[in-house]
Design a protein around this ligand. Structure first.
Ligand code: ADP
Length: 636
């Protein structure tokens, strides 16, 4: 072995992904070629962009090309590009680690899925490692643009890789896959399923997955005599290199559009929605945008990918272009191709550029319009969309004041009566006399629906929106109404319950029911008791029907969840003003009213604890609460 050869361990996550590649069976092993060609195309983009600002690279070739070379005698496929290449350090970090957020989740999901799951791989876009689906050994011979050294990376995917001197004489990379021998009789083996050393097979795969790649892809075959046949009559590139977004929509098939989606999104499935758009006027651009049929794993990561690629007059400029689409539409994937921006635009310039801001505005409007259309034309699809991305879209209610109304019209909410509703339908279905929009927040929708605070509302046939997402409380803090209907928290002490009298047959408290004095006696008993400082008052409730007690909030309703959020941000939450409401018609409260002052303190602990638990919160002092229950049960 050469003295220069070093052996390295893969980072542990990379090792796990490799394991999965090698031992799992994929519904579609063909993706390896799509991934390698995509990397080659990225490498060519990078070189082109780096050349703009680095004169030292002016010598490097400007004619970007990708070659796929088959050598059946040696059972290899080599994907070559004359792009940016990799230095020794880059080889170690780019091919030895996985830097993507969501990797851990990906591995867990993959290991859970019985046998390998091609869908998940597609979604995660493991890229280079997918080589090991079909190959048992991979080498990368590469030279970084501007460097005089070449390096040869090599691995059998067994946990380690080696790096030694390479042979490439110009910048770029040759990625060579040593195709696995078909395991005889194993129909699941990728090599058994398809002959990847056949030119026809590879041509089909390239055409299918990589037709729109903007560099020519040549397919070559090493002759059986062992000598290079060169381009052997294959001077034509396999791919058409046509920018899909420029072509009239009628001339592009669904399959072509979907394939392009997979290219930009690394998703495996077809998208849920496609938006083809051409803007004319002050700013001219084409956009081809998609809404995925499934949320990406990194949807809730700060550094998660934004899905828009920027092209300028058909030339790729950058991916992950955050200035073209706001954070709350980060699930949208696709391409924007501007006719007006200068080719040497940088991220810094984009940030302050008026033209970019204009493109962004019109992209946002277009996406929101498409969603509106989907909502009215394909309500079932829209519900699915909302289930996946609604929580993200709602961030826009806070961050995009200009489009706030449009986003609120798109929102769907769980609700106590109808299951799910839009604000528009909520208002249309209001009861006579009802003007406010009732909601409850602070917890998951599934537990909110059981809150005692909703009893009087359900009793009167009033629908209450279950604001179960953390973002709901954030936007509710600044948005007070929808089309002149005020949002009113069912947990607010001042909530006036409009919409007529109780529909329940429940007996009114009637004669013999405790009067106000039980509330004031309880309040008196609580004075000075530990953990009761936040309870400002005790009063008879008009909202409880079946439960003995509940807490309501004076002033701004801030849930326990929101308080925790403040705490986690190191901020002081606004002080709490709680009122304990008790239900005079409940047998337990009758019992309380009959007990002497000594027992009242125990009842106070019990009622406050029960109210907490019914709200899905944790009792402040569980030990004392349990002891009080034991005591009360023993004495009854
Ligand atoms: P991804 O392409 O999603 O980043 P990959 O695992 O496919 O993930 O590749 C990891 C990194 O290795 C790439 O981001 C790129 O920097 C580098 N790389 C891969 N293939 C090439 C290539 N042909 N030329 C230059 N760099 C490459």
């Amino acid at each position: 072995m050469d003295g220069n050869v070093g052996r390295y361990e893969f980072q542990s996550e990379a090792k796990q992904v490799l394991e999965l590649m090698i031992h799992s069976v994929y519904s579609n092993p063909d993706i390896f070629l799509r991934e390698l060609i995509s990397n080659a195309s990225d490498a060519l983009d990078k070189l082109r962009i780096e050349k703009l600002s680095n004169e030292a690279l002016s010598e490097e070739s400007s004619n970007g090309r990708i070659t796929v070379r088959i050598d059946s005698a040696n059972r290899t496929i080599t994907v070559s590009d004359n792009g940016i290449g990799m230095s020794r350090d880059e080889l170690i970090s780019f091919l030895g680690t996985i830097a993507k957020s969501g990797t851990k989740e990906f591995i867990a999901a993959m290991s859970e899925a019985s046998r390998g799951n091609g869908d998940l791989i597609g979604q995660f876009g493991v890229g280079f490692y997918s080589s090991f689906i079909v190959a048992d050994r991979v080498t990368v011979d590469t030279r970084r643009a501007g460097s005089a050294e070449s390096w040869l990376w090599e691995s059998s995917g067994d946990g380690t890789f080696s790096i030694g001197p390479g042979r490439r004489e110009v910048c770029g990379s040759d990625v060579t896959l040593h195709i696995k021998e078909a395991e005889k009789g194993d129909a699941d083996s990728p090599a058994e399923a398809k002959d990847y050393l056949s030119k026809w097979v590879l041509r089909e795969i390239v055409k299918k997955y990589s037709d729109f790649v903007s560099y020519p892809i040549y397919l070559e075959e090493r002759g059986k005599d062992g000598g290079d046949k060169g381009e052997d009559g294959e001077k034509e590139p396999v791919n058409s290199m046509k920018a899909l977004w420029i072509r009239p929509e009628s001339s592009v098939t669904d399959e072509e559009y979907n394939e392009f989606y997979r290219h930009v999104s690394h998703d495996w499935e077809d998208p849920m929605e496609r938006i083809v758009y051409r803007a004319e006027g002050t700013s001219e651009f084409h956009a081809l945008l998609y809404i995925p049929a499934r949320p990406p794993l990194d949807l809730f990561y700060r550094e998660g990918a934004h899905g828009i690629e920027l092209y300028i007059r058909r030339v790729f400029i950058m991916n992950d272009c955050r200035d073209l689409i706001p954070e709350y539409l980060r699930f949208v994937r696709g391409v924007v191709d501007s006719e007006d921006l200068p080719l040497n635009v940088s991220r810094e310039i984009l940030q302050q550029d008026a033209l970019t801001a204009m493109i962004k505005r019109s992209v946002v409007r277009k996406v929101l319009d498409s969603l509106k259309k989907m909502k009215s034309d394909r309500p079932d699809d829209y519900k699915k969309f909302w289930g996946m991305f609604g929580e993200v879209l709602k961030e826009g209610i806070v961050s995009d004041v200009k489009n706030r109304d449009a986003i609120m019209k798109l929102a769907l909410f769980s609700s106590s009566k109808t299951g799910q509703t839009s604000l528009e339908d909520y208002v249309a279905n209001m009861k006579e006399g009802q003007k406010s929009i009732y909601y409850i927040s602070g917890g998951k929708s599934a537990s909110l629906v059981d809150s005692p605070k909703l009893e009087a509302f359900s009793d009167r046939g009033l629908d209450v929106l279950l604001m179960g997402d953390p973002i709901d409380e954030i936007w509710l803090a600044s948005v007070r109404e929808y089309e002149k209907h005020v949002f009113v928290s069912a947990a607010s002490a001042d909530a006036e319950i409009e919409g007529g009298a109780s529909e329940a047959k429940a007996e009114p408290p009637g004669d013999g029911a405790p009067d106000d004095s039980v509330a004031s006696r309880l309040k008196e008993a609580m004075k000075g008791m530990e953990g009761f400082a936040a309870i400002e008052d005790v009063r008879l409730s008009s909202r409880l029907v079946d439960s003995p007690a509940t807490f309501v909030q004076k002033g701004e309703a801030i849930s326990a969840q929101m308080r925790n959020f403040f705490k986690s941000m190191g901020q002081e939450a606004p002080p709490e003003h709680k009122i304990l409401e008790i239900n005079a018609a409940h047998p337990l409260i009758k019992k309380v009213s009959e007990s002497d002052e000594g027992a009242l303190k125990d009842w106070a602990v019990l009622l406050a604890g029960l109210a907490c638990i019914a709200d899905g919160e944790v009792v402040e002092n569980p030990r004392a609460f349990a002891r009080t229950i034991e005591k009360l049960l023993a004495s009854s």
